[in-house]
Design a protein around this ligand. Sequence first.
Ligand SMILES: [Zn+2]
Length: 171
Amino acid sequence: MEQFSIERSLRKTLSMSFRQKKLVIKAPFFVTKKVINDFVLKHQWWIESQIEKQKESKIDETKISEYKKQAKQYIIPRVALLANKYGFQYNCIKITSAKSRWGSCTSAKNLNFSYRLVLTPPEVIDYVIIHELCHLRYMDHSKNFWNEIKSIMPEYKIHDDWLKKNAYMYR
Ligand SMILES: [Zn+2]
């Protein structure tokens, strides 16, 4: 059985929760140890699923910081290279944790890219970079904006469709 601590109070019912990854049972003063043990046993499945979840999120955090490092190492120089090649001027680049957007461009000419991009194919990363660079010239999705992308990356539509189709996997 899982280790747990018991907190007695004037409450009328039993409850369980995790506090800093430790199982805590809140119990009324009158309830016996046996009743508490039975309560914990009865909720064993829930307890195990909570512990599993905590383990998963720990792995995720390590992975995320690794992806962020990769994103900084890959995306920032790649933006610099493509901007230089096609004559774009930007202010600064930030790697974000954005879930719903791959990249964004502010009116102050700052570019943001989600670290999740490092999980997509390199040509898709290039497309997102070029997309945001073109927003430095057109702050909208007008015909001129798409024409600008097309002049740099004629096959851009394939990558745009790829992102639309696969975005759900990265959220
Ligand atoms: Zn856009």
